[in-house]
Ligand binder design. Sequence first.
Ligand SMILES: Cc1cc2nc3c(=O)[nH]c(=O)nc-3n(C[C@H](O)[C@H](O)[C@H](O)COP(=O)(O)OP(=O)(O)OC[C@H]3O[C@@H](n4cnc5c(N)ncnc54)[C@H](O)[C@@H]3O)c2cc1C
Length: 301
Amino acid sequence: MAHWNEIAAEFRREAIPCELGEKLSLHTSFRIGGPARLFCEPQNKRQLTAALAICRRHKVRFYLLGNGTNILFADEGFDGAIVHIGAAMGGIFRQGRTLTADAGASLSRVCVVAANEGLSGLEFAFGIPGCVGGAVYMNAGAYGGEIKDVLSSVTFLDETGAEQTLPAKELALGYRTSAFEHRPWCILSASFFLREDNSNSIRMRMADYGRRRTEKQPLDMPSAGSTFKRPQGAYAGALIEQCGLRGCAIGGAQISEKHCGFIVNTGNATCADVLSLAETVCKIVTEQTGFALEKEIRVVR
Ligand SMILES: Cc1cc2nc3c(=O)[nH]c(=O)nc-3n(C[C@H](O)[C@H](O)[C@H](O)COP(=O)(O)OP(=O)(O)OC[C@H]3O[C@@H](n4cnc5c(N)ncnc54)[C@H](O)[C@@H]3O)c2cc1C
């Protein structure tokens, strides 16, 4: 049995900011999730390494959290430590045509820096609300582009706490998946190999993608983005709409009126509401169209 007060004391001895019982709804774009036993925010690589070592020594579960924009935490919360890698670990550096960003850097900020530097290739990612660690883990993508197209290498802490760098081609990047899904590795930074282009042209493409998002997506409501992956040969949102499920709700969870691919939180949704709605939608879509939907959002219990 973990003694969370003792573990928190160890974090504080390392000067790692941490809280006991922090509500996870405060740290996810869905605004859903009960308390974590411990929530910590390492401010640098030394603290991050120490945080993971403490968790391993005490044999407690830990979960790496980026910007929390693809996660559905349980209403009961998380029986372990949440390690939040945020803006404090968000440096961005250029070397030639390579832009290297720390895991906590916001993806949109990386896009803006790339544009200012006259480096093209990341425009598709502008407006994806995650940070670099989460984007690499998920191989985030939009408008025909994905992280895999521009990623050259990733530096991470492996299961022993040792730092490693691997080229992108060794990271099993696929549609919304990567090697990080199957290994307890903590991404420290990612390097993107980009093309030189005129800054204004890059900014215009980013603005166009931004406009398309605002027009199509329910950005004014809490969600975790597309609830389901795109099944081969179809779009999840179109299938859900075709089944007449637009606006369909269970508790506070609703199929967005604006974009059927999103489940939104209308104010008081629970994790149970979202899961129950997602299951109902999957069942109806399979019965009526023959397509099987798979969740894109990560459900963490
Ligand atoms: C309105 C909206 C629009 C969206 N649009 C898109 C879109 O167009 N395309 C798209 O692909 N996604 C989209 N998303 C989903 C989400 O933004 C992306 O998946 C994003 O890449 C997740 O990043 P994050 O930092 O929020 O990760 P989180 O949600 O915090 O985490 C996602 C996963 O990454 C892991 N992780 C996070 N950081 C690290 C790290 N440092 N090391 C190892 N693992 C880590 C977590 O453990 C978790 O399993 C959207 C979401 C919203 C709310």
